[in-house]
Design a protein around this ligand. Sequence first.
Ligand SMILES: NC(=O)c1ccc[n+]([C@@H]2O[C@H](COP(=O)([O-])OP(=O)(O)OC[C@H]3O[C@@H](n4cnc5c(N)ncnc54)[C@H](OP(=O)(O)O)[C@@H]3O)[C@@H](O)[C@H]2O)c1
Length: 323
Amino acid sequence: MESTEKIFVAGHRGLVGSAITRELERQGFGNLLLQSRAEVDLTDKAAVLEFFERERPVHVFLAAAKVGGIVANDTYPADFIRENLEIQTNIIDAAYRVGVKRLLFLGSSCIYPKLCPQPIKEEYLLTGPLEPTNRAYALAKIAGIEMCWSYNRQYGTQFLAAMPTNLYGPNDNFDLKNSHVLPALIRKAAEAKATGQKSITVWGSGTPRRELLYSDDLAQACIFLMNLPDAEFNRLLNSEEPPLINIGTGEDLTIRELAELVCKVVGFPGELVLDPTRPDGTPRKLMDVSRINALGWKAQTTLEDGIRRVYETVKDLFVASPA
Ligand SMILES: NC(=O)c1ccc[n+]([C@@H]2O[C@H](COP(=O)([O-])OP(=O)(O)OC[C@H]3O[C@@H](n4cnc5c(N)ncnc54)[C@H](OP(=O)(O)O)[C@@H]3O)[C@@H](O)[C@H]2O)c1
């Protein structure tokens, strides 16, 4: 990517899109196309095509999606499959039509079978049943990968799909009703510290293992991939296997260890009380990141540093209402 070329970041206000935008700006890419939903509703096929024809972006980061936790996915599966299929189909097709050079489609590790071997290699795609609670979402994402692959095969496009592990970072969702485990733990520990509580509750047995990637590291990985020389980029886009690459740290820890680390960063000296009546979820979900590591990219931010940076951005917010 040249610093003057027009780059469209779809979903630039989200956790992933905002991190990619920040990192592109930091690296001196000065011609970014950023559109709010009010300006271009990405589920509107005609509006998306009109936008691409008018603006003619050279590169596209596709980080717009309808995203949610287990409850939202389970309650609104029709919305999740429809909106995600619409957004990605409209953008991938419009990108092909106006001759976009490279496109990076963001998916997630939920595309892989629920019970696949660990760590999860790219080749495990479509080798077993999916987790039922977010099957509609996962199938939309799998269709997006297949669409990138099909367009590459039929039209010679350069569209790649990146599958990040669980993410965290600034602009995360800290609402205890539907947030992910790490922001929930940060909030609980911060409020417990502020109100002098003796303990915080951690859902489940504390034994499931999770991998967490800082959103700025993901952004660096996405830009690294989009900047690969043609020979290396095109090796990821062969006709034998889907154009797919995992992004993660390659390391995981138990929920209990994660909670202990959060308490250390926040400075909450109290106890952890495990609540085994709450669901544990998958016992382990760790990405195999040897493909991206072999290309020369490795996550840089340690979990402790990442948690500290996130905590700095929110520590003044969570003092009033104890969890
Ligand atoms: N968060 C994670 O832990 C995680 C992990 C792995 C992969 N991912 C993947 O990364 C991608 C982005 O996730 P995220 O966490 O950044 O989600 P997010 O924070 O919810 O952001 C999604 C973005 O998409 C935009 N968007 C949604 N529907 C739109 C529409 N119809 N028209 C225009 N814009 C629309 C949203 O706009 P508004 O601001 O207007 O709502 C928002 O900016 C997803 O594909 C997800 O699967 C996320």
